[in-house]
Design a protein around this ligand. Structure first.
Ligand SMILES: Cc1ncc(COP(=O)(O)O)c(C=O)c1O
Length: 432
């Protein structure tokens, strides 16, 4: 089958070299999947929406939207506190979601699943609870050169307060971590390792299993930032043997404002509460408070109930499709997109690791990424431009920003073709 750009503009047609046959091996019925996402039917600026900003947030399937509506229509009550019918119903739905999430990442116990606002809050919880209690002046914390700001700044705040030091695993020009250099950083002063599983600005899939094993050889606990991973590849926290794992609901087709911190029970038990308030206590007097058991100890205040329920439904939805199926389809789509973009003169892909998922960051000679994003928007194409909350990555590559197209399993070859046409339009406008 010939690569089938849907070409309508003659002058653009001339500039596109037909690429070799691109028959997807995975028989994935993407059109059927798209039916589940009402927003994808929208037109933007009179053009069909091409949504390629999935690393920022994902769209929601109808089942998630309906679950939230059902919650407010039939179940709304505060959880854990009431003996009345609705409160019990809401509690069951909310705690049921916790169990679904536990199964999804293969944690051992529901009490190891802490609901938080998102990956950012999950990391801040670990830094403020574990870090404040167990890290001492002179201790070293290892992160990588491709971390999201949410896995840099909380550690820096801790370093200022406690006199601990940050050490950074460097990367090569492809955006792959240098594991030999990581080995050299590990020593008796290292007390924590915190690394992203899939980079949001490069798409690199890091060898986190190996990174964890190497840290464990020194008895060092490891947090994995899975914000860009759980929606793209199967994740098994027991197989990884990570000590902590965080992700955000809104990036896995669930609601915003809800996310997950997984922690090994032994560690969570040994950590002090992060926030105080209702639900996280067993008893309170003015003299002394005793804390609740896990997971309540880390969930002060009324939680994001419909968020948790919606996330549980989103996780059921992706589980039914299967993460292996999703990963295989997205891999082919990424290959297709990489080939298509590589053929554009003056375009440079930032992040060319051998192991990659879902993200295509690029720069185009003579065009600021922001202008690229603005022009693509007029074509109905949503991408992200900027530093993607990874300024050190931009510094490493000597660029101020990239344009980033990021994929989900509802994206199609036609979306990529539209992106390519859009980029040629940008080139025409800028004469580049
Ligand atoms: C790799 C990575 N980590 C952490 C985060 C923070 O996620 P949130 O803003 O949902 O807390 C993001 C968000 O883009 C991310 O891509």
């Amino acid at each position: 089958m010939k690569a089938s750009y849907n070409l309508t503009t003659p002058n653009i047609t001339e500039q596109l070299t037909p690429r070799p046959s691109t028959q997807f091996r995975t028989g994935f019925d993407v059109e059927k999947i798209r039916e589940d996402f009402p927003i994808l039917k929208q037109r933007v600026h009179g053009k069909p929406l091409v949504y390629l900003d999935n690393a920022a947030t994902t769209q929601k399937p109808r089942v998630v939207i309906e679950a939230i509506q059902k919650y407010y229509t039939e179940e709304n009550a505060n959880v854990h506190r009431g003996v009345h019918f609705l409160s019990e119903k809401a509690t069951q739905a909310y705690e049921g979601a916790r169990s679904r999430i536990r199964r999804f990442i293969n944690a051992s116990k529901d009490r190891e699943i802490i609901f938080v606002r998102g990956a950012t809050e999950g990391i801040n919880l670990v830094v403020n609870s574990y870090g404040r209690k167990y890290l001492q002046p002179g201790d070293e914390i290892i992160i990588s050169a491709m971390e999201h700001h949410s896995n840099i700044v909380p550690w820096q705040i801790l370093c200022e307060e406690k006199g601990t030091k940050l050490r950074i695993i460097p990367m090569n020009d492809a955006g792959e971590l240098l594991i030999d250099e990581y080995e050299k950083l590990l020593n008796e002063r290292t007390k924590f390792v915190s690394v992203v599983q899939i980079s949001n600005s490069l798409g690199t899939i890091n060898p986190v299993r190996q990174i964890i094993q190497m840290a464990h050889n020194y008895g060092i606990p490891v947090l994995i930032d899975g914000a860009q991973a759980v929606q793209h590849i199967p994740v098994d926290v027991k197989d990884l043997d990570c000590d902590f794992y965080v992700f955000s609901g809104h990036k896995i087709f669930g609601p915003t404002g809800i996310g997950v911190l997984y922690g090994k029970e032994r560690l969570l038990e040994a950590m002090p509460p992060y926030q105080g308030g209702g639900d996280m206590i067993l008893s309170v007097t003015f003299e002394k408070t005793t804390y609740n058991t896990l997971p309540a100890k880390f969930e002060a205040g009324t939680p994001h109930i419909e968020g948790g329920i919606g996330l549980g439904v989103a996780i059921d939805y992706v589980s039914k499709i299967g993460l292996d199926t999703i990963a295989a389809y997205e891999h082919e789509l990424l290959q297709y997109a990489t080939e298509a973009l590589s053929e554009i003169e003056g375009l440079r892909i930032i992040g060319t690791a051998k192991e990659k998922a879902s993200v295509l960051s690029f720069v185009l000679e003579g065009v600021h990424p922001h202008d690229m994003g603005t022009i693509l928007d007029t074509e109905g194409i949503a991408i992200r431009t900027g530093h993607h909350c990874t300024q050190p990555v931009m510094q490493r590559f000597g660029i101020p920003a990239t344009a980033r197209a990021s994929l989900a399993f509802y994206n199609t070859k036609e979306d990529i073709d539209a992106l390519v046409r859009g980029i040629y339009k940008v080139k025409e406008i800028f004469g580049s």
